[in-house]
Write a protein that binds this ligand. Structure first.
Ligand SMILES: Cc1cc2nc3c(=O)[nH]c(=O)nc-3n(C[C@H](O)[C@H](O)[C@H](O)COP(=O)(O)OP(=O)(O)OC[C@H]3O[C@@H](n4cnc5c(N)ncnc54)[C@H](O)[C@@H]3O)c2cc1C
Length: 238
C-alpha cells in the first residue's frame, strides 16, 4: 500500500507492532545519489532472508520499500542503501535522515523468494535501487560458493559503487541505453557463449529494463528468471 489517507496509516501504526527504538547510527553518501544508512535497534527476533525489505512510512500518506542490505551478527545494526533520485517522497525522506533520528519500522517482510539455493550460477541485474539486494545476495552466494555475475545499469556518478560495495564480478552499463533496447541486450557477451545460459537470472530495478531483459533471456535461453520491477518511470510508489 504505497499511498493511503493519513488515518489509514495512523490506524495501522496503532495496531501493528513496531520495532522499538530504532535510530539512525550512521549515514554515508557513496555518491551524490546513493546513500547508505545504518540503523541501530533490536532486530534479534526477526528473520532476514535474502531480499527482506521494510515498508517505511515516509510521509503522512506514503510508504516506500527499502531492502536490508546487511545485518550484523549481533542483529542490532543493519544497513539500507537508498537511491536519492530527487523525484519522490521516499527519496526525500532517505536524503533527510541524519544520525540520531528515530525511525518507525514494522517487522521486515519478504514477498518473493529471490534466492534459489539450488542454482549453481546466478546472474543478477539491477540499478541503484537493487544495490541493497545485490549485497544481500553477495554474502550468501560467497558462503555457498556459487558462480555469479552482477550486471548493473547505473548513472555515471555511480559506476564506482559496485566496487566500493565489494560486488565482485560486476559489469556496469550506462542507464537508459543498452537495457532499453532488446536488440542491444542480445549482443551481451552472456548470450554469445554458453557459460551463463543455464544460470538463474534475478532481475530487479527499472520495470522497462527488467521486462526487456527478461524477454531476451526467454527468447535466447532456457534459463530460469526471477523478475521484480522496483520502479516505473512516471509512476508513484510502485
Ligand atoms: C521489494 C522492493 C525493494 C526495494 N528496495 C529498494 C532499495 O533498497 N533502495 C532503493 O533505493 N529503492 C528500493 N526500491 C525501489 C523504491 O521503493 C522505489 O524507487 C520507490 O518508487 C521510491 O519512492 P519515491 O517516493 O522516491 O518515488 P515515487 O513517489 O514512487 O515516484 C516519484 C517519481 O520518481 C520516479 N522514480 C521512482 N524511483 C526512481 C528511481 N530509483 N530512479 C529514478 N526515478 C525514480 C517515479 O517514476 C516517479 O516519476 C524497492 C522496491 C521494491 C518493490
Amino acid at each position: 500500500m504505497p499511498s493511503a489517507p493519513k488515518w489509514v496509516f495512523d490506524t495501522l501504526d496503532f495496531f501493528v507492532a513496531q520495532i522499538p527504538r530504532v535510530q539512525v547510527s550512521q549515514t554515508e553518501y557513496l555518491s551524490r545519489s546513493v546513500k547508505r544508512i545504518s540503523l541501530q535497534g533490536d532486530f534479534a527476533k526477526f528473520q532476514f532472508s535474502v531480499g527482506a525489505f521494510f515498508d517505511i512510512r515516509v510521509s503522512d500518506t506514503n510508504a516506500r520499500r527499502y531492502t536490508i542490505a546487511e545485518i550484523n551478527s549481533d542483529k542490532d545494526n543493519l544497513k539500507l542503501i537508498a537511491h536519492i533520485h530527487g523525484h519522490g517522497c521516499g527519496s526525500d525522506f532517505m536524503d533527510d535522515l541524519t544520525v540520531g533520528d528515530h525511525i518507525t519500522l514494522n517487522k521486515p517482510r519478504t514477498e518473493q523468494k529471490y534466492y534459489d539455493k539450488s542454482a549453481e550460477k546466478i546472474v543478477f541485474f539491477g540499478d541503484e535501487t537493487s544495490l541493497a539486494l545485490a549485497c544481500s545476495f553477495l554474502s550468501v552466494m560467497q558462503q555457498e560458493k556459487k558462480q555469479y555475475l552482477f550486471l548493473f545499469e547505473l548513472d555515471p556518478e555511480n559506476y564506482h559503487i559496485p566496487d566500493l560495495l565489494g560486488l565482485e564480478n560486476a559489469m556496469v552499463f550506462p542507464k537508459l541505453t543498452l537495457f532499453s533496447d532488446p536488440a542491444q541486450i542480445e549482443e551481451l557477451p552472456i548470450f554469445k557463449n554458453n557459460d551463463w545460459c543455464d544460470a538463474y537470472f534475478v532481475l530487479t530495478g527499472n520495470v522497462t529494463a527488467v521486462q526487456n531483459f527478461r524477454k531476451v533471456i526467454k527468447a535466447q535461453t532456457q534459463a530460469r528468471v526471477k523478475h521484480h520491477g522496483y520502479w516505473l518511470q512516471g509512476k508513484k510508489g510502485l
